[in-house]
Design a protein around this ligand. Structure first.
Ligand SMILES: [Zn+2]
Ligand SMILES: [Zn+2]
Length: 648
């Protein structure tokens, strides 16, 4: 008998040579139907692998990342089988699962696969799948494996790097492939499959090697899942922040200014400003003080901070001046500047914590191929702040920062998020600087703060930076995509490097602890994510324009102006469309601009001192006629639902 422990902590006895599928069956028939992959003692196994020793077993279904991985990798075997059938003589190389689906890199020789071929390949993959072929692993000796693949230089290279005795093939139907394992029980589970694209890819990612054809695919256990996935992709395209940014006239790029350097247009700048004011107001309440620091600093500053040693070579290179030996760097981080602000005078423990905040613009070199809209840029503004406190204050400070981050998320409509606490790898103590005692204090402070604040969090050991543990927030957007937003980081390194100190109650000098934090992360990336999350329908308080006044004809222009000034008195941002166009055209244009309220004024309205209100995206349903006062009340009530004051 062998003892198998399961993730819920239970331990059960099984006959030797039982399989993960046997274990699943012993738990429930329902589980057995859904199990598609497993890991035993942290190694991926087949559901049919015979277990011969005690150990811990995890069973995966489609809902697990590992389950999807096995599903997609297995489909890549079936696709490879079909491609070999259709294009005899092609050379297979590697076919792994990726984040969404899988690919197979193939040397097609003189043959070529095009989009016109996709459909027949997909149909044949499903036909083979319906035959319910089992995936079976088989050991093969190195000599034999090399003989089998003697005409495939890629597989030969892979096999040459493997130890004899560890080489396995996977069989299904009449097809085999060199493979380490990790498959679903049989092909019958694959109910939907699509080839997404083909692209060139160098063997082993090295451009000196031969270029292969990478065939990307994805598969699902239900046809419905594929349909939903394709719809999601379409929606993501519609919401692409680069497209919306252009349509809403928020930002632009100019080749003349330079790649990765966004230009904020008036509406985008106003949006940024509103976000900044919103955070500044909350930060003021939370005891932060605004500071301003320059965009460049002496190279020495970053030598002291350690940034130069770490990033110097891959960054913007030093700026030289006419003076000999004078070198400056574009600011890659605000922290060193803030440390020097702290150092401008002596502090007592009674003065702490000090909280310095700055919307600080930083510059980091990214390769041009890595640049992407506002999410990967070369110059961006962080909503940065650094808190300098005593070790005893860390706990409370951490909780305050969490409150602020949650306030930001709530006000901007991010409701679905989780937190990750990154702590030390206890097996590698040499990797970290700072005393063990301080690390323990900081890690406990973060974990208890996360728990007390009711966060849904996970702890990742070994994920901490060398200088301190951290807490990251991951938000899920409206399309279910996960983004890392907002980070809170404890740092013992910079206070040491900049020799920061304060006088303690014991009259001795001590080092403060430093917290880096940025709820948005950066203005650029945050606005990109917010654009894609809301599809440009920002919370009402943030909209560049909240209302547009559409006059039925020029005759009502004066009344339109009067309405606008009344709205402005109520702090509602509006504008007038007084073009000589039909009302239908004006409405269509306002819809494209996603302006929340369209205010139609004509003879009736002028006579009665009212406005007709139409909402964006509602095709005229629920239009109402109210006085300007009543309309202002509707707007302010709606705003107060999302934008509440920050309470400390
Ligand atoms: Zn495989
Ligand atoms: Zn910092």
């Amino acid at each position: 008998m062998i003892k198998i422990s399961l993730p819920d902590g239970s331990v059960k006895e099984f006959e030797k040579n039982s399989t993960p599928m046997d274990v699943a069956k012993s738990i429930s028939e329902g589980l057995a139907r859904n199990v598609i992959s497993a890991s035993f003692n942290n190694t991926i196994v087949e559901t049919t692998t015979k277990l011969t020793t005690d150990g811990s077993l995890i069973l995966y279904t489609w809902n697990d990342k590992e389950g999807k991985k096995a599903f997609w990798h297995s489909t890549s075997h079936v696709m490879a089988q079909v491609l070999e059938e259709k294009y005899p003589g092609i050379k297979l190389t590697l076919g792994p699962a990726i984040e969404n689906g899988f690919y197979y890199d193939i040397d097609f020789g003189d043959q070529k696969i095009t989009e016109a071929d996709f459909k027949t390949i997909e149909d044949r993959v499903l036909e083979v799948s319906r035959e319910k072929h089992e995936f079976k692993m088989r050991p093969v000796s190195k000599v034999e494996a090399l003989e089998i693949y003697k005409n495939n230089e890629y597989k030969t290279e892979l096999i040459s790097n493997l130890e004899d005795g560890t080489i396995t093939f996977c069989d299904h139907a009449n097809f085999f492939d060199l493979c380490r394992g990790g498959h679903i029980p049989n092909t019958g589970l694959i109910k939907a499959m699509k080839i997404m694209s083909v692209a060139g890819a160098y063997w082993r990612g090295d451009e000196k090697n031969k270029q292969l054809t990478r065939v990307y695919g994805i598969s699902f256990p239900k046809q419905k899942d594929l349909t939903e996935y394709l719809e999601l992709l379409e929606e993501a395209k519609r919401r692409d922040h680069r497209k919306l940014g252009k349509e809403l006239e928020l930002f632009a790029f100019s080749q003349k200014v330079g790649q990765g350097l966004p230009l904020w247009l008036p509406k985008g700048a106003a949006l940024r400003d509103r976000l900044e004011q919103f955070l500044k107001k909350a930060q003021k309440k939370a005891g932060y003080e605004q500071v301003v620091t320059p965009h460049i600093g002496q190279k020495e500053l970053y030598v002291t901070s350690g940034h130069y040693a770490k990033y110097g070579a891959d960054s913007f290179q030093p700026i030289h001046t006419p003076a000999e030996g004078e070198e400056f760097l574009l600011k890659p981080m605000n922290c060193p500047h803030h440390c020097e602000i702290y150092n401008t005078r002596p502090w007592s423990y009674k003065d702490l914590p000090k909280r310095y905040a700055e919307f600080g613009t930083v510059y980091r070199y990214e390769q041009s191929g890595e640049l992407h809209g506002l999410t990967r840029v070369r110059g961006f503004t962080q909503d940065d702040a650094h808190i300098f406190c005593t070790p005893e204050q860390l706990d409370a400070e951490f909780k305050n920062v969490i409150d602020l981050v949650l306030y930001v998320f709530g006000s901007l409509g991010f409701e679905n998020f989780t937190a990750q606490v990154s702590v030390r790898d206890l097996n590698n103590p040499d990797k970290y600087i700072g005393s063990v005692e301080n690390w323990e204090k900081a890690e406990n402070a973060i974990i208890s703060a996360a728990r007390d604040k009711g966060l849904n969090y996970i702890i990742e050991s070994g994920e901490a930076a060398f200088y301190g543990p951290k807490l990251d927030f991951m938000v899920k957007d409206a399309l279910g995509r996960q983004w890392q937003l907002g980070t809170i980081q404890v740092d013992y390194n910079l206070p040491e490097r900049f020799e920061l100190s304060y006088k303690g109650a014991d009259n001795e000098m001590h080092r403060p602890v430093m917290i880096h934090r940025a709820p948005f992360g950066s203005m650029e990336r945050f606005i990109a994510i917010l654009l894609e999350h809301t599809a440009g329908n920002f919370p009402l308080w943030l909209m560049p324009e909240q209302a547009i006044i559409l006059s039925l004809s020029e005759k009502y222009e004066n009344y339109a102006k009067k309405v606008l000034s009344l709205l402005e008195n109520n702090e509602i941002r509006g504008l007038i469309d007084n073009r000589n166009e039909t009302i239908g055209k004006k409405i269509r244009d306002a819809e494209v601009k996603k302006i929340p309220f369209m205010i139609i004024v004509g003879e009736e309205e002028e006579k009665n001192g009212t406005v007709s209100v139409r909402r964006h995206g509602q095709e005229g349903k629920g239009n109402i006629t109210v006085t300007v006062e009543e309309f202002s009340k509707i707007v302010s009530e709606e705003i107060s639902k999302t934008l509440k004051p920050f309470i400390v």
